[in-house]
Design a protein around this ligand. Structure first.
Ligand SMILES: [Zn+2]
Ligand SMILES: [Zn+2]
Length: 234
């Protein structure tokens, strides 16, 4: 979070992603309350109020419409609520069974406004950025995979040709994997601000880490086996 992001609904300062949308605390709470109450609002205009920090107080219908347009999802509120209820129920059951619950079960919040402990907006944003970066890099390396020299099948595994083909297979996978790690690292917040030496040290370390689980799979002896980001041995 840079601190300069704006709410997609009203333009106020955003505090993070809420219900799938970069938004401010006000619109987050508004959307949550509206969904929980199943609120029916009325617009005094024609239902097309331009939403900003002033209008958000004036027209709830248009504010809710803007929340939906911006991509806020009711399911997110409901599933969050279900989780909260489930947690409370579990704690109550524990208490009923005589297990001294430690810490004590907090009293039920009087309004649906109170929320269970959750990640800070900065943490949520960081996670979303990292997941998006990983998906993007994964997609690229998956699209590169068909270009890799295939594993030799049907030929004598000890033949010179088969050995060369295996070597090419691993080398090309290694290149894709290293490229993926570098692409990903560049998108990790703060990575590009490090000195070049530190960047290289980190990349080396994680490349080796990434390669290790796969090396144990290879009995053929090549040291170039690499796992493609989370995809397991290929
Ligand atoms: Zn807002
Ligand atoms: Zn309106």
């Amino acid at each position: 979070m840079l601190g300069t992001e704006l709410c997609s609904v009203c333009g106020d300062k955003a505090s993070g992603f809420h219900y799938n949308v970069l938004s401010c605390e006000g619109c987050k709470g508004f959307f949550r309350r509206s969904v929980m109450k199943g609120a029916q609002y009325v617009c005094r205009g024609a239902g097309h109020c331009h939403m900003d920090m002033y209008m958000r107080r004036k027209c709830q219908l248009c504010r809710l419409r803007k929340c939906h347009q911006a991509g806020m999802r009711e399911q997110c509120v409901l599933s969050e609520e279900q989780l909260r209820k489930k947690k409370v129920r579990r704690q109550q059951q524990k208490g009923a069974l005589g297990e001294a619950p430690l810490p004590r079960v907090p009293p039920l919040p009087p309004t649906p406004l109170a929320e269970p402990a959750r990640l800070s907006p900065q943490q949520e944003l960081m996670i979303q950025q990292l997941v998006a970066a990983q998906q993007q890099c994964n997609k690229r390396s998956f699209s590169d995979q068909p270009k890799v020299t295939p594993w030799p099948l049907g030929t004598d595994p000890n033949s010179r040709e088969a050995r060369q083909q295996r070597f090419a297979h691993f080398t090309e996978l290694a290149i894709i994997s290293v490229q993926e790690i570098v692409d990903f690292a560049k998108q990790v917040p703060g990575f590009l601000q490090l000195t070049r030496e530190d960047q290289i040290a980190l990349l080396k370390a994680c490349t080796i880490e990434d390669a290790e689980p796969y090396q144990t799979h290879i009995s053929g002896g090549t040291r170039l086996g690499l796992r493609i980001g989370g995809g397991g041995p290929v």
